[in-house]
Design a protein around this ligand. Structure first.
Ligand SMILES: [Zn+2]
Length: 176
């Protein structure tokens, strides 16, 4: 059960009690933007609808709970627990019962995840072509730490071989 009260100056407050926990949501609307902040207080279950009063220092809220009356003071965008104020001939602000409060609907169903789109297979690299010239990129191999001899390849199959190898490890061709 949610109660809503218009505080004037484009500000309104929502009061919601869940299992002895009172959630106070302050909403302020200014041109172009809307702000809201929620505070949660352990108050105990309500025994009557809450009330709001406009006082000289701001709006106070009164909760009637199973334990005691609980008072809140709203100042600016803040909500504070407060001592019982002096409310001599202070008119109460109209409190309306509403369906729900903004930001207090934690039970929204999750949106199902979209299935992953299958990845496009990689296109094989096409040889570069420039006019009539065509160049194909041969896999290049670089060896570090051996400055005395360049990389060697089997003259038969093109596999890379070690300078010390006597036979190609791939095709068996004698190298030396
Ligand atoms: Zn070979």
């Amino acid at each position: 059960m949610v109660y809503w009260c218009d505080l004037g100056n484009n500000q309104s407050v929502y009061l919601n009690e869940q299992a002895g926990q009172t959630i106070v949501t302050l909403q302020s609307a200014s041109p172009g933007q809307q702000q809201q902040s929620s505070s949660s207080f352990q108050t105990g279950a309500w025994t009557a609808p809450p009330q709001a009063f406009q006082t000289s220092t701001g709006v106070v809220l009164q909760l009637h709970t199973v334990q005691n009356d609980v008072w809140f003071q709203i100042q600016g965008n803040g909500i504070h627990l407060s001592q019982p104020p002096l409310l001599l001939n202070t008119p109460s602000l109209p409190m309306q019962q509403v369906e729900s409060a903004p930001g207090i609907a934690p039970f929204l169903p999750m949106q199902p995840m979209q299935p992953m789109q299958p990845m496009q297979p990689m296109q094989p690299m096409q040889p570069m072509q420039m006019g009539n010239m065509s160049m194909s990129l041969q896999p290049m191999e670089m060896r570090m730490g051996s400055s005395t001899s360049a990389a060697q390849f089997c003259r038969q199959c093109g596999a890379s071989v070690q300078p010390a190898d006597r036979f190609c490890t791939k095709c068996g061709t004698q190298l030396q």
